[in-house]
Design a protein around this ligand. Structure first.
Ligand code: SAM
Length: 294
């Protein structure tokens, strides 16, 4: 069976002078595809985020290749070197430290430069913390926005979160252990405490855990055991509660009225203008006024 699949991977055409985007495991070293192994064995060179890290990974599959370092700070200049090698007819694989290149990792600028220079870019699907977490999220996630890492400064982070607050689809974040509690608290503050949250930790690794709770419960659960704050995290947050077009229009009206009037006067005038119940408009005006203060 495996030989048959290996033959399939080998049987495909892998043109020379092309850049291959190759996903690598996010923890469990066995999570690499047969096709990725074939291409890593075939290429002339590997463009890697951390060449030592990649050399170690490749050696586990019995592969050794010359490498070019392509990281966050040299991606454009490194792209020039990659393009030179492509001009010489080489096949080059682009890999990051873990998962799929270009997903919160270097790779996207290299892709732009290589395509602009007229060479093919060939993606090989594989592991990513994003799709791994989503695959186990459940039916409450239908559509999603991938945010990745939030800004670390509280003010910037709050502004960023405000811009996603009305998204109907789920929001997906990456986070490091030292900021996990603070970030989950910031999510609860900005998005409301009732939304569902999936905390996916150490995916595919020994201490893998997936915990589902509300945003309000998240910080308490994390604080309940220091081990829960260790490792790498994906956070999946439920989208904004459904709001229909009429409610959107009421919010817009109330926001304008609140610029000049008190909460109760804004609600009263809005009720007269729209015919909607005054107490519902009052509750909404109160919420809008509070969000504005924060
Ligand atoms: N390119 C990678 C991908 O495709 O998922 C992401 C690289 S990004 C620099 C690293 C972040 O991805 C980590 O801080 C964490 O948020 C997430 N991550 C990576 N591996 C993970 C894992 N095994 N479990 C949970 N999250 C992970």
């Amino acid at each position: 069976m495996t030989q048959h699949l290996t033959d399939l991977a080998q049987g495909q055409h892998y043109p020379a002078g092309a850049l291959y985007i190759v996903a690598t495991p996010i923890g469990n070293v066995a999570d690499i595809t047969l096709r990725a192994l074939h291409v890593l064995g075939l290429v002339d060179r590997v463009a890697a985020e951390d060449t030592r890290n990649t050399a170690q990974l490749l050696s586990r599959y019995g592969i050794s290749k010359p490498s070019i370092s392509v990281h966050e700070h040299n991606e454009r200049s490194a792209a020039e070197r990659v393009i030179e090698h492509l001009r010489n007819g080489e096949r080059i694989a682009c890999v990051s430290d873990a998962g799929t290149p270009g997903i919160s990792d270097p790779g996207a600028k290299l892709v732009d430069a290589v395509r602009e220079a007229g060479f093919p870019v060939i993606p090989l699907p594989g592991a990513s913390a994003l799709t791994t977490a989503l695959s186990a999220a459940g039916a409450w996630v239908q559509t999603f926005t991938f945010v990745g890492f939030l800004a670390s400064k509280p003010k910037q982070r709050a502004t960023q979160l405000q811009s996603f607050a009305k998204e109907a689809g789920a929001l997906v974040f990456y986070e490091a252990p030292h900021r996990i509690v603070e970030t989950v608290q910031a999510l609860a503050d900005a998005l409301g405490s009732e939304r569902q949250l999936l905390i996916a930790r150490e995916l595919t690794k020994l201490h893998e855990s997936l915990h589902r709770c509300t945003l309000a419960e998240g910080p308490t659960w994390l604080a309940g055991d220091p081990n829960r704050q260790r490792g790498e995290f994906v956070l999946v947050v439920e989208g904004a509660p459904h709001q229909d077009a009429a409610e959107d229009a009421h919010d817009a009206l109330l926001s304008t009225l609140l610029e000049e009037l008190s909460v109760s006067s804004a609600a009263r005038l809005a009720a007269t203008l729209t015919g909607a119940p005054r107490n519902a408009l009052y509750a909404r005006a109160l919420h809008l006024a509070k969000s504005e203060e924060e």
